[in-house]
Ligand binder design. Structure first.
Ligand SMILES: [Fe+2]
Length: 287
């Protein structure tokens, strides 16, 4: 089993990195880290970077997962091969572009590209959000799956993820105490479905709700509260149709709960996504 210790970054292709980065800074409130080659690096917490927009196709997404050591990276490559998934070694230049010591990449059974990294750079510089948005951490991704049961099995057997809850076939998976770091949503094609940042509290969610409305940003779901994780959320549309989320108050599943924790099965109805009655305008959250 490949032990995932953290979700480090998401890399998103776009025909217009400058416009996407401007949105991420001015609207989302992330900190601009650097422009380098055809890529722009941003962050939503104190790590070197957590989001990269690169010049490319808007359907080209990849995620970066930290694993513990060089030997774990070697074992991971072997375990992927044993699961009949090709593991590719990143080049030195690609590692430098990711600010990691080394990495391998692979496509999951739906075709989503993931990178397993070691030695991702920390940063000594305190995180400085571009606006007073309350963001303190890049936290999770929604990931499209073309076969939910198959991909849940992949993430929980080849990878170290555990199922926290399900809404219909959509599994919410944790890799640490946080209720979910990946949410697998059935779709016809692969790709990152949404990008989540944690904010400090409900006041930040609501302040951003009014700010985003004033800025003409399309709100696609919320404000609301997920009955699964207990988080208060707001989803809105970003560049190239990507959905971004702020949330706060996500449930933690503590180590002492692990032995007896059982995932709950919620029906695939709007109430399972929002217990306050907000209706999602997000295709993957609707039948
Ligand atoms: Fe989410």
């Amino acid at each position: 089993m490949i032990r995932l210790s953290d979700l480090r970054y998401v890399r998103i292709g776009t025909p217009n990195p400058a416009a996407a980065a401007e949105y991420a800074r001015r609207i989302l409130g992330l900190e601009l880290v650097r422009r380098e080659g055809n890529a722009i690096y941003l962050r939503g917490d104190g790590r070197d970077h957590t989001l990269v927009y690169f010049q490319g196709n808007a359907t080209d997404h990849s995620t970066g997962w930290e694993i513990s050591s060089a030997s774990a990276l070697e074992s991971a490559a072997a375990e992927l091969e044993a699961a009949k998934i090709a593991a590719h070694r990143g080049t030195r230049t690609e590692s430098e572009q990711r600010y990691v010591a080394d990495f391998i990449w692979f496509a999951d059974p739906s075709g989503n590209r993931h990178e397993l990294v070691i030695g991702p750079n920390a940063s000594a510089k305190p995180f400085a959000p571009a606006r007073d948005c309350g963001v303190w951490s890049f936290s999770h991704i929604g990931l499209r799956t073309t076969n939910a049961a198959r991909d849940e099995a992949f993430w929980t057997t080849v990878m170290s993820a555990r199922t926290s809850d399900r809404i219909g076939d959509a599994a919410l998976l944790r890799i640490d105490e946080v209720h979910h770091k990946i949410a697998l949503f059935p779709s016809r094609h692969p790709g990152v479905q949404h990008v989540n940042h944690q904010v400090h509290g409900v006041d930040d969610v609501m302040r951003s709700y009014y700010f985003l409305r004033e800025q003409g940003v399309k709100i696609v779901f919320g404000p609301g509260r997920h009955p699964t994780s207990g988080a208060v959320f707001l989803y809105f549309e970003g560049p190239d149709g990507m959905v971004y989320e702020y949330s706060t108050g996500v449930r933690l599943i503590k180590p002492e709960e692990e032995p007896t924790y059982r995932p709950r099965q919620f029906p695939f109805v709007p109430e399972s996504f929002c217990m306050w009655g907000s209706r999602p305008d997000i295709a993957e959250f609707k039948k």
